[in-house]
Design a protein around this ligand. Sequence first.
Ligand SMILES: [Zn+2]
Length: 184
Amino acid sequence: MNLTLIIGPMKSGKSLEMISLFNHLQYTNIPFQVYQPIKDVRNESMWSRTGLSISCKKISSLNDILNEEARVVGIDEVHMFDEKDVGAIKELLNRDVKVFVSGLDMDYKGEMFGIVKKLMELGPKEVKFKRSVCEICKEPNAVYTSIFKDGKIIIDGVPSVVPEDGTYTYVPVCRKCFHNIRSN
Ligand SMILES: [Zn+2]
């Protein structure tokens, strides 16, 4: 069982952590590959806000990874994959593949994504809970990711993952601000 989860809200350094984990593998003979959901239309590579990047393969299902030979696998934006696909990660672990997964742990309602819950149930070797800066009070303890549209928080009625075409923005917030803005 060699599963590591890197989870937390938007802008919490998850990509930077993944990139630094995979960067040194580029200089080894170890076959590795980082994957992103095809739904993530933003970029072809995994980018950190620091400017570092690593190239990724876009896939529509985690099952696509099972046809490949990588011994170390990275999965970015895991919350965008179907929770039914978690069996593919189990299979990789059974094959002694090292798996690093990153993504949001909770949706805009503060509820854990189904696939993240299932990954936690696999008993990962390590879970790294990342934290971000709350964009409302500026304290470095944001754990949630709210969705805003036209400067207003969305409380309900949108999918947990919204299209990144600029209509909606993801905003990291702390527990206190999360409850304040939702009750106003
Ligand atoms: Zn706050």
